[in-house]
Design a protein around this ligand. Sequence first.
Ligand SMILES: [Zn+2]
Length: 626
Amino acid sequence: MRHTRTAAAAGWAMILFLSVQGMAAEGFNVLLVTVDTLRYDRISALSSRFVKTPNLDALAGKSLVFANAYAHSTLTRPSHANIMTGTTPLSHGVSDNPGFRLEKRYPTMAESFKGAGFATGAFIGAFILDSQFGLDRGFDFYDDMHGQSAIAERRADQVVASAINWISGRKERWFAWVHLFDPHDPYDPPEPFKSQYAKDPYSGEVAFVDAQLGVLMDALEKRGLMEKTVIVLTSDHGEALGDKGEETHGFFAYNPVIHIPLFVYYPGVGNKTVAANVGHFDIFPTVCALAGVLIPESVQGESLLPIAGGRARREPAIYFESLSPSFFLEAAPLQGFVEGKIKFIDLPLKEVYDVTADPGEERNLASTMNLAPLSATLDRLRKDLKGKGTKQDLEGKDIRPLMESLGYLSGKAKSKKNFTQADDLKTLLPLIAQMHIAVNEFKSGKPDPALAKIRNIIRIRPSYTTAYSAAAIINRNLGKFDEAMAVLRAGLDKNPDNLLLLTDLAVTLIQAKKPAEAAELLEVVVDRDENNPEYQNYLGRAYMESGAIIPAEERFKKALALDPDMVEAFNNLGYLNLILYVQRKEAKFYEAAVANFDKALAHNPRLESALKGKAAAAEAKAKAGR
Ligand SMILES: [Zn+2]
């Protein structure tokens, strides 16, 4: 089966290559734009209800517009991994944001284009796609968030300016990826969109992105590049905005989140709406076909060009999943597919919708039909699309004996195989809603009711790991380190394999001035996942604060080897050398301290702790000179 499919794919590639080589020979560039969290109905060419997007409309007006395009995932990193590899998480295994990075064995679009002699550049709007997570592979230039912080985001104007600057400097053909994060929550558009969309700030963010896309398109136009460039625009996933009780994304897989916009522009194509179901994994083979680049065998999608021409897909069913809640909540895994007008969601409480007659997915047809053929199709997709997956942080060898010896667990892990109605996302949704309320209470200065709510959530669902983390954050914020540690220990007791809780506990120990204990735990964490620069950096911190300078330095350097622009690691190396300078008064340590603080400041000029560190180094030097 696999061989036939591969041979067929190669055949298609050849036909497409021949059919477009006249254009390709002139040397198309490729611009891929992913607008994060952009709902299909927030582009005015697709729906006029919410927001005016003249620039997106103009692009749609000269592009193939795919009216039924689907994301295979509901989160940023998994979706971009799908786009970049032309596969689904069944193949590459990146099924969640935390704990996953794209492993080297999965060929990326950027690698294909680089291999074909293109200059490759990426311009990234959020830390979630930082180079350390593997999506940078194949890019000559990856302009990311410089490892600043897990919540860091860069506005579209900065990302677009960087992209234009890079594109302007290219003499050879190029492949550029522009990622605009603004519509992701929290919704806080700049003026004038803030005022224009005061009641709907999400749409305001979209309007701002549209304006910046106008800047990008103008720049291409001015340089005559619209005649030489393939442009693909999509979003990684939409946003629920309250649909079925979900506020953002990453939980359910209803259409406000997985039905996404997809435009394909190339010189001369003109506007055409295509009704066929397509998916993110189709982008890779499409741009290869248009630019005359060979499609790797690993790609599972199909070129959109014959599909736009009316040819049926080889594989009519488009797979999707939402697995994050199965990791943080031990929920039943959500998998499903869209085929024709039928959408099947496989959960303990099964769901079937006719998305043509019932676009709001309000009438579940599951009880009215024979589900066996749908289950069989999903099983076939699971088999046909399956790859080697990826090593999740939480997998690997059993750490429980080691943890027990460290005194952290009384624990017996329970592995849950038979999911019931109680594990269905629809059943668990009220807990997520309660959690939202609790977080908002904390943010508005009411930690006590927030903590009470979270305690109740944990009582109902002891496997809700992020609830323990949230309680720990609130307690740490109140300076209650013992309480924070107690709640994390309770969480680990129920969820002994959870590396994120373990790391949280170690970070709390550092803050509670128990760095030696933290180092012991972080050694376990790093042993489980040695490729995570944050874990290496935390371990370095723990060693440094317990006075173990040499192992600390090793860990900071390891963090930088994994993420060469990790600001925190430079900053920590600055402090480490400052300590050595104060101890030994040797000039080389002073110089190394300043050099590392400067590297941190080069990435983030306002980093307070680096500024303070540099001032402290100068003071120490003045003192030594006296
Ligand atoms: Zn996203």
